[in-house]
Design a protein around this ligand. Structure first.
Ligand code: FES
Length: 87
């Protein structure tokens, strides 16, 4: 598991292995738009302020992925113990 922190509210959530980041945020009434939930459409793209994502989408380009400043929380995960999101 890893932790996702929302920069605007300072709230943190632990993301278990069997749930996506988007699932956990939406379960907790955080305003996150999703559509395909498979890393294809880009609807959920979210800015990252700190931490390193593990990109699992097919939406961002390789260059965008390498910059590690945005990701798709519907399917991507984290390589670092904590991700801080611009939410
Ligand atoms: Fe489509 Fe995340 S909801 S890429």
């Amino acid at each position: 598991s890893f932790t996702v922190e929302l920069a605007r509210s300072g709230v943190s959530f632990v993301i278990p292995a069997d749930k996506t980041i988007a699932d956990v945020l939406i379960d907790n009434d955080i305003d996150l738009l999703t559509s395909c939930e498979q890393g294809i459409c880009g609807t959920c793209v979210t800015k990252i302020l700190d931490g390193t994502p593990e990109h699992r989408d097919r939406y961002l380009t390789d260059d965008e992925k390498a910059a590690n400043d945005q990701f798709t929380p519907c399917c991507s995960r984290s390589k670092s113990a904590k991700l801080v999101l611009d939410l």
